[in-house]
Design a protein around this ligand. Structure first.
Ligand code: HEC
Length: 108
Protein backbone atom coordinates (compact mmCIF):
# COMPACT_ATOMS: atom_id res chain seq x y z
CA UNK A 1 0.00 0.00 0.00
CA UNK A 2 2.04 2.85 -1.30
CA UNK A 3 -0.50 5.47 -0.43
CA UNK A 4 -0.52 4.81 3.29
CA UNK A 5 2.06 7.40 4.33
CA UNK A 6 0.15 10.02 2.45
CA UNK A 7 -2.94 9.18 4.40
CA UNK A 8 -1.34 8.78 7.78
CA UNK A 9 0.90 11.81 7.80
CA UNK A 10 -1.91 14.37 7.43
CA UNK A 11 -3.78 12.60 10.19
CA UNK A 12 -0.89 13.06 12.58
CA UNK A 13 -0.42 16.64 11.56
CA UNK A 14 -4.09 17.30 12.13
CA UNK A 15 -4.00 15.67 15.55
CA UNK A 16 -0.92 17.51 16.72
CA UNK A 17 -2.42 20.81 15.65
CA UNK A 18 -5.71 20.28 17.45
CA UNK A 19 -5.75 22.92 20.17
CA UNK A 20 -6.97 20.61 22.93
CA UNK A 21 -6.96 23.44 25.45
CA UNK A 22 -3.24 23.72 24.77
CA UNK A 23 -3.57 27.44 25.33
CA UNK A 24 -5.47 27.23 28.57
CA UNK A 25 -3.38 27.69 31.65
CA UNK A 26 -3.49 24.82 34.09
CA UNK A 27 -4.02 27.21 36.95
CA UNK A 28 -3.56 24.80 39.81
CA UNK A 29 -0.33 23.46 38.35
CA UNK A 30 0.94 26.97 37.77
CA UNK A 31 0.11 28.08 41.33
CA UNK A 32 1.91 24.99 42.57
CA UNK A 33 4.92 25.86 40.45
CA UNK A 34 4.95 29.44 41.68
CA UNK A 35 4.82 28.37 45.31
CA UNK A 36 1.35 29.76 46.04
CA UNK A 37 0.08 26.42 47.30
CA UNK A 38 2.69 26.35 50.05
CA UNK A 39 0.57 28.96 51.77
CA UNK A 40 -2.86 28.38 50.23
CA UNK A 41 -4.91 25.22 49.90
CA UNK A 42 -8.24 24.79 48.16
CA UNK A 43 -10.37 24.22 51.22
CA UNK A 44 -8.31 24.60 54.33
CA UNK A 45 -6.49 27.46 55.96
CA UNK A 46 -2.69 27.29 55.78
CA UNK A 47 -0.53 30.36 56.32
CA UNK A 48 -2.90 32.08 53.94
CA UNK A 49 -6.66 31.75 53.58
CA UNK A 50 -8.10 28.87 51.54
CA UNK A 51 -9.03 29.42 47.91
CA UNK A 52 -12.67 28.74 48.80
CA UNK A 53 -12.67 31.37 51.50
CA UNK A 54 -10.99 33.84 49.15
CA UNK A 55 -13.52 33.06 46.42
CA UNK A 56 -16.39 33.68 48.81
CA UNK A 57 -14.95 36.95 50.00
CA UNK A 58 -14.30 38.33 46.53
CA UNK A 59 -17.53 37.08 45.00
CA UNK A 60 -19.34 39.20 47.54
CA UNK A 61 -17.41 42.31 46.62
CA UNK A 62 -18.77 44.46 43.85
CA UNK A 63 -15.27 45.05 42.48
CA UNK A 64 -14.03 41.59 43.43
CA UNK A 65 -12.14 40.92 40.22
CA UNK A 66 -10.30 44.21 40.36
CA UNK A 67 -9.54 43.74 44.03
CA UNK A 68 -8.14 40.27 43.37
CA UNK A 69 -6.10 41.59 40.48
CA UNK A 70 -4.73 44.31 42.73
CA UNK A 71 -3.80 41.77 45.38
CA UNK A 72 -2.00 39.55 42.88
CA UNK A 73 -0.07 42.31 41.16
CA UNK A 74 0.90 44.72 43.90
CA UNK A 75 2.67 42.59 46.55
CA UNK A 76 0.76 43.98 49.54
CA UNK A 77 2.29 43.53 52.96
CA UNK A 78 1.06 40.42 54.75
CA UNK A 79 1.90 38.70 57.99
CA UNK A 80 3.10 35.11 58.11
CA UNK A 81 3.86 33.63 61.53
CA UNK A 82 3.86 37.11 63.00
CA UNK A 83 6.46 38.31 60.51
CA UNK A 84 5.67 40.99 58.02
CA UNK A 85 6.57 40.21 54.44
CA UNK A 86 5.53 41.15 50.95
CA UNK A 87 2.95 38.90 49.36
CA UNK A 88 4.21 36.96 46.36
CA UNK A 89 3.06 38.35 43.02
CA UNK A 90 1.62 36.05 40.42
CA UNK A 91 3.96 35.96 37.43
CA UNK A 92 1.97 35.58 34.23
CA UNK A 93 3.66 33.71 31.38
CA UNK A 94 1.41 35.32 28.81
CA UNK A 95 -1.49 37.71 28.40
CA UNK A 96 -4.66 36.44 29.95
CA UNK A 97 -2.98 34.21 32.53
CA UNK A 98 -3.93 36.53 35.33
CA UNK A 99 -7.55 36.60 34.17
CA UNK A 100 -7.59 32.82 34.21
CA UNK A 101 -6.21 32.74 37.74
CA UNK A 102 -8.84 35.23 38.88
CA UNK A 103 -11.64 33.24 37.24
CA UNK A 104 -10.25 30.03 38.71
CA UNK A 105 -10.15 31.44 42.23
CA UNK A 106 -13.68 32.86 41.96
CA UNK A 107 -15.03 29.54 40.66
CA UNK A 108 -14.35 27.83 43.99
C1 HEC B 1 4.41 32.95 52.28
C2 HEC B 1 3.05 32.52 52.15
C3 HEC B 1 2.25 32.92 50.93
C4 HEC B 1 2.56 32.69 49.61
C5 HEC B 1 3.79 32.00 49.03
C6 HEC B 1 1.43 33.19 48.84
N1 HEC B 1 0.49 33.71 49.67
FE1 HEC B 1 -1.28 34.49 49.11
N2 HEC B 1 -1.60 35.10 51.02
C7 HEC B 1 -0.83 34.77 52.12
C8 HEC B 1 -1.40 35.36 53.30
C9 HEC B 1 -0.87 35.23 54.72
C10 HEC B 1 -2.55 36.08 52.88
C11 HEC B 1 -3.51 36.87 53.74
C12 HEC B 1 -3.21 38.33 53.65
C13 HEC B 1 -4.17 39.16 54.41
O1 HEC B 1 -5.33 38.79 54.52
O2 HEC B 1 -3.74 40.20 54.89
C14 HEC B 1 -2.63 35.87 51.44
C15 HEC B 1 -3.62 36.40 50.66
C16 HEC B 1 -3.86 36.03 49.35
C17 HEC B 1 -5.01 36.42 48.58
C18 HEC B 1 -6.10 37.35 49.03
C19 HEC B 1 -6.93 36.68 50.05
C20 HEC B 1 -7.82 37.66 50.74
O3 HEC B 1 -8.60 37.16 51.56
O4 HEC B 1 -7.78 38.86 50.48
C21 HEC B 1 -4.89 35.84 47.34
C22 HEC B 1 -5.85 35.93 46.19
C23 HEC B 1 -3.65 35.11 47.34
N3 HEC B 1 -3.04 35.25 48.57
C24 HEC B 1 -3.16 34.39 46.28
C25 HEC B 1 -1.86 33.94 46.18
C26 HEC B 1 -1.21 33.51 44.96
C27 HEC B 1 -1.87 33.41 43.60
C28 HEC B 1 0.07 33.21 45.29
C29 HEC B 1 1.20 32.77 44.37
C30 HEC B 1 1.58 33.72 43.33
C31 HEC B 1 0.22 33.40 46.72
N4 HEC B 1 -0.97 33.86 47.22
C32 HEC B 1 1.36 33.13 47.45
C33 HEC B 1 0.30 33.99 52.09
C34 HEC B 1 0.95 33.58 50.95
Amino acid sequence: MRLTPFLITPLFVALSLTPVDAQALNVQKELQKQGCLKCHAISRQKDGPSIKETAKKYRELENGKEALRAHLTSAPEIEVDGKKEKHKMFEPKSDGDLDEVIEWILSH
